[in-house]
Structure formats: C-alpha cells, structure tokens
Unconditional design. Structure first.
Length: 277
C-alpha cells in the first residue's frame, strides 16, 4: 500500500469488523505473539502495510520482548498503539525515534517522536525545509520574544549546557517561521502536561525537541490528514482535531480504540480516530 493512502480510507477499513474471519480463541498468558498470530489481526496489518506487514510485526515483537514494562500492558493495547504507527507508515523501532509505544497504567499508548513530526511534514510536499535543534550556552546571540526571530552563532558554544531549543520551517510558498523555547519553558511544559515521565526519563532532549516542533507545526504549519491524526493521537487519544478552511485548528471529543479481546483476538474496533474528520 502506498504511504500516501488516505488515513480516512484506512480508518474505514479498520472499522469494518471481520465477520468472516475464523474465530480465534482468547490466548491465556501467551503474550503478544499469540495475538499477532490471529488471522484477523494479521489481515489488518496486511491491509495497512501490504508486503511490509511481516517486517513491521516482527519489529513489534522485538520491541515487546525487549521491554519488561510493555509486557505488563494489555497486549491488545500494544497492537492498537502499533497500528496507529502503521497507519502513519512510521517504524516503531525505538532507536529510530519516529514513534514510541509507551506503557501507561498497564496500557500501551502511541507517541510521535520529533523525527515522526518532521517525516509527516515533509510528506505533505508543502515544506521546503524543517528542523529543530538544541541551543547551547553561548550560542544564542539575540532573541526577539515578540517576533520569535533569533540569531544563533553555532561557533560560539562555551559549554555543553543546553539553554533552549529552536525550531524552524519554510514552506514552498516562501512563508517562514522560527520559534525558541528556553529550557525553563520546556521544563514548565513537562510538569504541566506530561502524563508519564517515560519518554522524558529515556530521552529528555528528544521530548523537548518534539514539544517545540509539535507546538510550532500545530500553530503555524500546514497539517495534512496524516499530521492531524498523528497530532491528535500524540497529544490526547481521546481528542481529535479538525483543520478549518482559514487554517485554524478545532479540538473535538473523539472515540478512541475500542479493544475487546474477550470477543476473540481478531476483534479490533476503530471508531474514527484515523478519519481526520
């Protein structure tokens, strides 16, 4: 399947129940591997990823077996979170930094990495350039809080202490935007909005970079349906956002993955979070 395939179409396919699939017995203490062996679940991943499905499912197993905390989560929540990544055509390999599957209160949740935001932005074809970077002590020459324009001298670094994080993008139509967050602003944001310290403990700078680029794109960038879905799932899977004709974004209540393994490992209902509606 092409990576440009509409997430609305994928959402519709995922919402269709596989009534003709062979009934799968509920696995007992067999872990994620038994769930992924269910024909209906294999079919769902093949519908989304085509020939890449086996490789993606193998990476899911590797991720699961290497993380004791994920093994404590409901297997179906791991599958649902990975399906979000699959729908966005992003790898779940933690070393790559595109998407994270994070344990939270015995359930796995999907989180975009900052590289995932960059990848989704580039796919729109609307971005000429996009980047986010750490700013070290001595590098920041001047910063205008009103216009958010700044000057950075990367040769003036005086220590390895990070004092802030800067983001930048330029659209093909010539529009440019820069943003700068101080380290203190990042820490205040983490304390106020972070539901789990999992990502911050494992890669603080990566989470800080993601905070900057997510805020920048959601306020001033062009959001494709894929980016709307990724943003919605990353910020709050109970919410969705809708891009308006004037470029504004409206946040709405949205049903999320409904998982009922009691009806069989093949039951994975999707109630519109991927539709971008």
């Amino acid at each position: 399947m092409s990576s440009s395939r509409s997430t609305a179409e994928l959402g519709s396919k995922l919402q269709t129940r596989t009534n003709n699939a062979p009934a799968a017995q509920k696995p007992q203490n067999e872990g994620l591997k038994s769930f992924l062996a269910a024909p209906a679940i294999k079919k769902r991943f093949e519908e989304v990823l085509d020939k890449r499905a086996p490789q993606f499912m193998s990476s899911m197993l590797n991720l699961y077996t290497a993380d004791a905390n994920l093994q404590k989560c409901e297997p179906m929540s791991v599958i649902a979170s990975c399906m979000v990544a699959a729908t966005l055509d992003l790898p779940v390999d933690r070393n790559l930094g595109y998407a994270w599957i994070v344990p939270y209160k015995n359930r796995a949740t999907f989180q975009l990495g900052y590289k995932g935001y960059i990848q989704l932005a580039l796919r729109t074809g609307q971005y000429k350039a996009i980047n986010v970077t750490e700013v070290y002590e001595g590098e920041l020459v001047v910063w205008n809080r009103l216009t958010e324009e700044f000057v950075i001298d990367f040769d003036a670094k005086t220590s390895d202490k990070i004092i802030g994080y800067a983001g930048y993008f330029e659209l093909v139509n010539g529009f440019r935007k820069t943003v700068y967050w101080t380290s203190a602003e990042i820490e205040d944001h983490r304390k106020k909005y972070s539901k789990s310290d999992f990502g911050w403990k494992n890669d603080y700078d990566g989470m800080a970079l993601k905070t900057v680029i997510r805020n920048m794109l959601s306020k001033w960038g062009i959001l494709s349906i894929e980016m709307q879905m990724g943003y919605s799932e990353d910020v709050d899977p109970r919410k969705t956002i809708e891009l308006q004709p004037d470029g504004s974004v409206i946040e709405m209540e949205n049903p999320v993955w409904s998982l009922d393994p009691a009806e069989g490992a093949g039951e994975m209902n999707f109630d519109g979070a991927a539709s971008g509606a």
